[in-house]
Design a protein around this ligand. Structure first.
Ligand SMILES: Cc1cc2nc3c(=O)[nH]c(=O)nc-3n(C[C@H](O)[C@H](O)[C@H](O)COP(=O)(O)OP(=O)(O)OC[C@H]3O[C@@H](n4cnc5c(N)ncnc54)[C@H](O)[C@@H]3O)c2cc1C
Length: 412
């Protein structure tokens, strides 16, 4: 019997075990998936929790429900991968041998990495919405907020769902407007980037949306510390941005065991071939989802497109054939912009977000780089698709690789 071990039963790991259990011969392959937490959280829902948008039970479900019969589940914390010995060591001492290993342990916010961030003011005036607990605590803080300076801040790139802090800012603007208190709130968006977003065309459009909403943009801000006495974030070049309520996206890092195992870069992401997800060090190790060090967004949509391409490659790889599929970095992100509208961006390693229609050229129904109500409904519909189509590994009639059809080149 050969053994495939998948580390992480989140978005990518769950899709992998569903796709492969349907395709691998059960007499030949034993599939094991490992995770430390028994609940699966729909992370895009964290954006709406602070504004009372979702009930907790809509975004948290038992992981076991999405693991197919015949796949062994090991609950526990991974301590180390012994890549030379082809085994995984759990913190309780259990050792799991493997022939092929998939690392899909995602990325985690690490407020402990920035001085002062996880200090006295943590979950009082310093908040985050990248965890379930954080998003719930922030909902209470927003209810209590009487006005003042709301600072939305990104510590360092890359972060998962890089548009989420912008979405939070747009939704906050809309929420305060609906509550008739927008004129009592000064909103500041602080980023280490040189504009509102990473890609020039999208950055210009999103920067314009911040300006329209009278949201200040503070760029090139590399945070050194949170000063909890004066209530300000301080940069390495000694700029200070004061806040009454800070909503930060802490440094995002891959799992610590990746670093301990000598498999990661300085942020514990696994260096892989960006087209095949094969580790640059070991032929029988792959990293998928946020755990992989690839130059595209860390997003569920990317994990979905990537797993589709990777599955076919993996089935060839294990019978000794060359991997032919080349993932192109395809990312597709809805951007909630408040007031019941949203935007959509579609891009890959080589093509930045462009205006146009998606997925059907000229028809849509979604509009690229434009705020529409339909895009907002697309964002909300994504939750149903996530639980019912993506996680169970069913086919979605959307091409995994990015298409130029429907994109307006040169009109931006
Ligand atoms: C606020 C927010 C909004 C978002 N919005 C969107 C969106 O609109 N669209 C979109 O496409 N994406 C969005 N995302 C991103 C998306 O949720 C992630 O990119 C996706 O879930 C990544 O999947 P993954 O499998 O790589 O990691 P995860 O789903 O995070 O899974 C990692 C798993 O590994 C396990 N694990 C980690 N370390 C260990 C260990 N040492 N031992 C055992 N188990 C371990 C964890 O318990 C977890 O189950 C959003 C994310 C956030 C935070």
């Amino acid at each position: 019997m050969k053994r495939l071990v998948v580390l992480g039963a989140g978005t990518a790991g769950t899709m992998v075990v569903n796709k492969l259990s349907a395709r691998l011969d059960a007499d030949e392959w034993k599939i094991t998936v490992v995770d430390q937490a028994k609940s699966h959280v729909y992370q895009p829902g964290f954006l709406f929790l602070p504004f009372g948008g979702y009930e907790p039970e809509e975004i948290v479900k038992p992981k076991q429900r999405f693991i197919p019969d015949g796949v062994e589940v090991v609950w526990g914390e991974i301590d180390k991968v012994d890549a030379e010995g082809n085994s995984v060591v759990m913190t309780d001492g259990t050792v799991l041998g493997y022939d092929q290993l998939v690392i899909a342990t995602g990325t985690t916010p690490r407020p402990d990495e920035t001085p002062g961030m996880a200090g006295d003011e943590w979950r009082k005036s310093v908040h985050e919405f990248y965890t379930y607990e954080g998003a719930q605590a922030l909902a209470e803080a927003l209810e209590r907020f009487q006005g003042g300076r709301l600072v939305v801040h990104i510590t360092e790139m890359p972060i998962k769902c890089p548009v989420a802090p912008l979405e939070f800012t747009f939704l906050a603007d809309s929420w305060f407007t609906e509550r008739d208190m927008r004129d009592q709130v000064e909103i500041v968006y602080v980023t280490p980037l040189d504009g509102a977003f990473t890609k020039p065309v999208a950055s210009k459009a999103l920067g314009g949306m911040l300006a329209e909403r009278k949201i200040q943009l503070e760029t090139d801000f590399m945070i050194e510390r949170v000063d909890t006495e004066t209530k300000a974030i301080v940069s390495f070049d000694e700029r200070e941005v004061p806040f009454d309520l800070l909503v930060t996206v802490p440094l995002n890092m891959g799992a610590d065991f990746i670093g301990r195992s000598g498999l990661g870069n300085d942020l514990n992401y696994v260096p892989v071939d960006k087209h095949t997800f094969q580790s640059t060090k070991y032929d029988n190790i792959f990293a998928l989802g946020d755990a992989a060090d690839v130059p595209t967004s860390k997003a569920g949509s990317v994990a979905h497109f990537a797993v589709d391409v990777w599955t076919e490659n993996f089935l060839r790889h294990i019978v000794g054939l060359p991997m032919l599929g080349r993932f192109d970095g395809h990312a597709n992100c809805f951007i909630e912009s408040g007031g019941g509208k949203g935007m959509l961006i579609d891009f890959n390693y080589d093509t930045e977000p462009l205006p146009g229609k998606y997925p059907l050229p000229g028809i849509g129904p979604f509009s690229l780089l434009k705020e529409t109500e339909m895009n907002h409904w697309g964002k909300l519909m994504f939750k149903w698709m996530y639980w019912n189509i993506l996680l169970p590994g069913k086919e979605l009639p959307l091409p995994a690789l990015m298409s130029m059809a429907g994109k307006e080149v040169g009109s931006e």
